[in-house]
Every structure is written in C-alpha cells, then in structure tokens.
Write a protein that binds this ligand. Structure first.
Ligand SMILES: *[C@@H]1O[C@H](CO)[C@@H](O)[C@H](O)[C@H]1NC(C)=O
Ligand SMILES: *[C@@H]1O[C@H](CO)[C@@H](O)[C@H](O)[C@H]1NC(C)=O
Length: 254
C-alpha cells in the first residue's frame, strides 16, 4: 500500500464515528423476491441481528443507504448482511469500519438523505453483486423496482424474506402537493405511487430502488405502509460524483 493510500485510509477512519437513532419503514403489496435481488442488497442490522434498514452494495467496500438510517450511529454496533434474499439462510456478514453521512444532510427536512458505510473487509464478489449508479435523470412513469425487508403492515416487524415491488415514478408536482403537510419534496428527491396497499413500510428505509442493474434511489420518507400517499426517495443521480469520490479514495485496497 502506498503512502497516499495510507493517508486516505486514516482520513476515512476518522470521518464520523457517531450512535443508531430510530429507523423506519417493509414493502406492502409486493411479492417474494427472487434470489438475484438479494445479491446487491445490504441489510443493516443492530447487534442483536435485527434488520434496521436496507442498503445497496456499490463497490467492493461501500454500501449506499439513507443518512437517517446511520446518522449518529456507532459503527461498532452495526453489521451488514449482504448477498441474500432470506436473512435466515445464506448471506455474508460484514463489520462496519466507518459511516459517512452527506455533509449537507438535514434531518428535519430530510434533504440529502444519503450516506455510505464502509466495510472492514471487502465484499466477497462470488456471492455479492455491485450495482452501477444511475447518472441519467428519471422521468415520470419510468418503472423502478424496490426491494427490501420492511414490514408488510403498519406496526409490523421486518420480514426475514425479501420482497420486491415494481413502481412507477410519480409526477413531482403532484407529489409535492400531496406531501405539503409533511415536508417539501425537493429536486434531490423523487416519488413513487401506485395505489393504496402498495408501497414502503417500517424497515424499508435505505432500501434500494433500481432500474435494470442501476441504483436510482434510496427509500427516504413518507407516510408509512401504503395508506394512500406517495413514497419519497433520495435520487441517486445528484450524488454519483460524491459516492464515486469515496469509492475512488479506496481503490488501493482492491
Ligand atoms: C435491535 O432491533 C430490534 C428491533 O427493532 C429491537 O427490538 C432491539 O432492541 C434492538 N437491539 C438493540 C441492542 O438495540
Ligand atoms: C433544515 O431544514 C429545516 C426545515 O426546512 C430548516 O428550517 C433548517 O434551517 C435546515 N437546517 C440547515 C442547517 O440548513
């Protein structure tokens, strides 16, 4: 390892060592996910092995999740189980080395609700798949796929089996209007909506939304459990450079 890499490693290890706050949101109205959807998913778990939030594997060392899932958390009390669609069977467990929350993340407005977890050892790519990041913007009506281990009804607990749901990107202006009593829906966010009985629930936060093999979004906020409001997600495209800059700093460990 060269000196430059060493310096980066030290800087990275000093970034945000913080405690886990309350987390939310399982998919309502979805179907059991086939094995392939488990390959790139990262279940963020607490010390007792409970699924707390979802995430997506985006490099050999990094998971993208929602900032609100990891903000203020201590990486020592967190584990990642990646590469499975069933938390009781298979999957590989990884310790978290550091938490990186986007510096302009605002916990009140949920703007820039994106964060990274770096693992202590590289993901085993025989079992785990890396998702590409989508730079292209999403259009209204684009079909995206949500995968996660969230609850299937209000006040329910997370499932051990992964669910998948196809959702169309919802009209941004109508979404803003629908959510006006909650928070503003900003450009860094997009919405999905089909009907009552289809959407995100407790434990889905941080879960990936994909289009093909590309990560397009991360579950951020909403009125949980598909009671008739759109779900709001962090858009990936504005954050691709930021994510890439962290991944590149760690190239030397490949
Ligand atoms: C882990 O999460 C579960 C489910 O939310 C909770 O009941 C449990 O108390 C948590 N364990 C710790 C140590 O925080
Ligand atoms: C966070 O968002 C809230 C609500 O929009 C706003 O009042 C506050 O000033 C923001 N905080 C920062 C640090 O920008």
């Amino acid at each position: 390892m060269n000196t430059l890499c060493h310096v980066f490693a030290i800087i990275l290890s000093l970034i945000s060592i913080e405690k886990v706050s309350a987390i939310d949101f399982r998919i309502v109205g979805g179907s059991k996910a086939p094995e392939e959807y488990g390959k790139f998913h990262a279940s963020i778990q607490n010390v007792t092995g409970h699924h707390v939030c979802g995430g997506a594997v985006v490099s050999k060392w990094y998971v993208v999740t929602a900032a609100h899932c990891v903000h203020g958390a201590n990486p020592r009390f967190m584990n990642i189980v990646a590469g499975t669609n069933n938390l009781d069977v298979g999957g590989k467990r990884y310790k978290v080395a550091s938490i990186i929350v986007y510096d302009r993340y605002n916990s009140t407005s949920r703007e820039h609700d994106i964060g990274l977890l770096r693992t202590k050892r590289p993901f085993d790519l025989r079992f785990i798949e890396i998702l590409e990041l989508r730079r292209q913007t999403l259009e209204e009506g684009d079909e995206v796929t949500l995968v996660g281990f969230g609850a299937q009804k209000p006040h329910g607990s997370s499932t051990r089996k992964m669910y998948v749901l196809e959702l169309p990107v919802f009209n941004q202006e109508i979404c803003e209007y629908a959510m006006r009593y909650n928070r503003p829906v900003t450009d860094g966010m997009f919405c999905t909506f089909t009907k009552i009985g289809e959407g995100t629930c407790h434990g889905d936060s941080g879960s990936p939304l994909i289009k093909g093999k590309e990560l397009v979004g991360v579950v951020s906020w909403g009125i949980p459990c598909a009671v008739g409001f759109p779900d709001v997600h962090t858009r990936i495209s504005p954050y691709v450079e930021w994510i890439q800059s962290h991944i590149k700093q760690y190239f030397c460990y490949i």
